[in-house]
Design a protein around this ligand. Sequence first.
Ligand code: ADP
Length: 314
Amino acid sequence: MILTITLNPSMDYVYRRDTFVLGEHNRFENPHKMPGGKGINAARAISFLGGDVICFTTLAGLTGEHIKKMLDSDKFTYINHEINGESRNAITVMHDGAKQTEIVEAGPELSTEEEKEIFDQIDLILNNNSYKVVTINGSVNSRNDSLYLNLLKKIKNEHPDIFLLMDVSGQQLKNIVNSKDIHPYFIKPNIVEFSELVNEEFADKDELIHFLKTFDTNINFLLISCGEDGAVVKYKDNIYNIEIPKVKVVNPTGSGDSTVAGVAYAIDNDYDFESMIKLAMASGMSNAMEKGVGVVNKEVVSELIKKISVDLIV
Ligand code: ADP
């Protein structure tokens, strides 16, 4: 069983227009609306893959109610936790070919009391059921830059056998990577997030691979996703280049979340390493070929898997 954790969900709106002009009046067709936030998207993708998943999410105010109503029609089970304020909106505009412009609100800031309540609620959930995988995804609006590190420590201390995946960024990720004593099983920064994390520029995958050869980390499993260029993976002491075929992209939002979904599903179902990476890549690609976010087509995934290569570099 898999638990996904979303501490800053959003109401997602995807608008499309051939051209989008800043400073002018741009008229749009009605948007494609979906409840989002990385953990919600990952839960959706896991449910499309046929996995056993429960989604934990905070919700706030009227936007929170809206998200809740829409989550009711999703196929996965969710547990919501009410907090103060107003859940955020996230607006994506697809325009001018493959361009994607995003307007993303910060979301309600968690109080110290709310953070404690959330930790207690997660504790309850984990004690109520047997989870093999827990994945913590997306941003959190907290004054505590180590909130995710603290959550990781709490879960690892009380449930050492759980596989903990983290798809987070910014200072929260830095504090996790720099932690001396405790680490998640897996992280999935995209190449831009990884570049920010290590303060290095990478012109292409070759430069990234070169950097990784001497990159010292205690995290065993690091998947750096590179959009249409596939990914680079550091697993234990090895580095792999993951090549993917070209596909017709409709909306790549949620591809990273679907990639994490693939990894979570594969661990939960005892896949070997290569099959896990192929499923993860194919899930991200299948999502990119759909209008919806966290939407994955299992038949498309099976076809894509045949065209993905996992090449050992060192
Ligand atoms: P994120 O959504 O976190 O920014 P990426 O954009 O790197 O992550 O996408 C994650 C994965 O989804 C990629 O490694 C790839 O497998 C797939 N993917 C994303 N964008 C595309 C694309 N334009 N074409 C094909 N596959 C894609």
